[in-house]
Design a protein around this ligand. Structure first.
Ligand SMILES: *Cc1c(COP(=O)(O)O)cnc(C)c1O
Length: 368
């Protein structure tokens, strides 16, 4: 009644997606990537659901995210920080109990220095750059590290990892090249668990090493451009706030960018770009009313969207009538495609004004 729309988050679907990924990559294990507040769905809720499924490794991007999430987790669940150690963050990282992904010799040196100063062994993950040029040790730093293992003194290397640039495009030859480079590096760290694949990587036809870092597929997004095997986790349902009938030639919305060519019924729904509904979907995106596609007409406003519902039977059109924005007729990936973006961006931008309804995962505590 008070929100513009209801965002339903189905944690049983999330759990089912986690199980599907586990089957897909076995005997590799699946880590949950819960950065950006669990892709916008609530990192603590997502983490609890995954732990209940037997997940034992979690990744966030930022130390601040680890600080928020760590107290919600059992002590022994490793929480890794993908973006690594900013200069000066070493003590805080250790105090939080997070495990840094060490992305450069400099980060390794600072983590080792903290370990030495405390006379302790500290856990860390090594990330190597195998071709994406984003995070991780570049080739010359890898060579320096392999030539002088004492650089890692005081660090217990829990995992060696790298990240694929083109995992969502299975045919791209860059994938095989990154695998080749990664395996060559891993040979220098015998016995240390290896992690290369994200969601897309989990669906590349080959082995998956020891640990897969899954994000988007867990959240129901398509792991690549093929058919999506995952269960939908989010649904977004608005309601009609106002209806009007406008004569032929009337224009609609900011800038009057749409003009109707016939007498038309326009429905306004209380969702806008402030809710993360992309402004670029003006005159382009759609919604569904009673299973019928209705186009967005005019611009997306901050707090509302106008839909042309002329072709929808009158019995489905009344103030308060349901309007599907994400659901069985319009997937998350379809919205992203209309907006010229990816599901990740739609999810992580979902606003905070929606009423959030959580469908709980089935309780498995008694089954185990
Ligand atoms: C975000 C991220 C992931 C998860 O990727 P998905 O495509 O969402 O599965 C895995 N690894 C790293 C390094 C990441 O940054």
């Amino acid at each position: 009644m008070t929100a513009g729309a209801i965002l339903t988050i189905d944690f049983e679907a999330l759990a089912a997606n986690y199980r599907l990924l586990c089957r897909q990559v076995a005997p590799a294990q699946v880590a949950g990537v819960v950065k950006a507040d669990g892709y916008g769905l609530g990192a603590a809720h997502v983490a609890r659901t995954l732990l209940d499924q037997g997940c034992r490794h979690l990744f966030v991007a930022l130390l601040g995210e680890a600080r928020t999430l760590k107290p919600e987790l059992p002590q022994d669940v490793p929480l890794y920080v993908l973006n690594g150690l900013m200069p000066g963050a070493e003590a805080e990282c250790a105090a939080i109990g997070a495990i840094p992904v060490l992305n450069s010799l400099d980060q390794i040196a600072r983590w080792a220095a903290l370990a030495a100063s405390r006379n302790e062994v500290l856990p860390g993950v090594l990330q190597v750059d195998t071709g994406m040029s984003r995070m991780g040790l570049p080739a010359d730093e890898i060579a320096a590290l392999l030539a002088d293992p004492s650089l890692l003194a005081g660090i217990e290397v829990r995992l060696v990892m790298s990240h694929l640039a083109c995992a969502d495009e299975p045919a791209d030859p860059a994938n095989a090249e990154q695998v080749r480079r990664f395996e060559a590096v891993c040979a220098g760290f015998p016995g240390v668990p290896r992690s290369l694949d994200n969601s897309g990587g989990a669906f590349l036809g080959r082995g998956h090493l020891d640990l897969v870092r899954a994000g988007i597929a867990m959240y129901g997004g398509a792991p690549n451009d093929g058919p999506n095997p995952m269960h939908a986790v989010v649904a977004l349902d608005a309601r009609i706030a106002q209806l009007r009938t406008i004569p032929v030639g009337t224009r609609v919305g900011y800038g009057l960018t749409h003009q109707v060519l016939r007498e038309s019924r326009i429905a306004t729904i209380p969702v806008g770009y402030a809710d993360g509904w992309p402004r670029c979907l003006g005159n382009r995106g759609s919604a569904f009313v009673a299973g019928m596609r209705v186009p967005v007409v005019g611009r997306v406003s901050m707090d509302s969207i106008t839909l042309d519902v002329t072709d929808v039977p009158a019995e489905h059109l009344y103030p308060g009538a349901p309007v599907e924005l994400i659901g069985p007729h319009q997937t998350l990936d379809a919205v992203a495609a209309d907006a010229g973006t990816i599901s990740y961006e739609i999810l992580t931008q979902l606003g905070h004004r929606y009423e959030r309804v959580h469908v709980p995962a089935h309780d498995r505590s008694t089954a185990r």
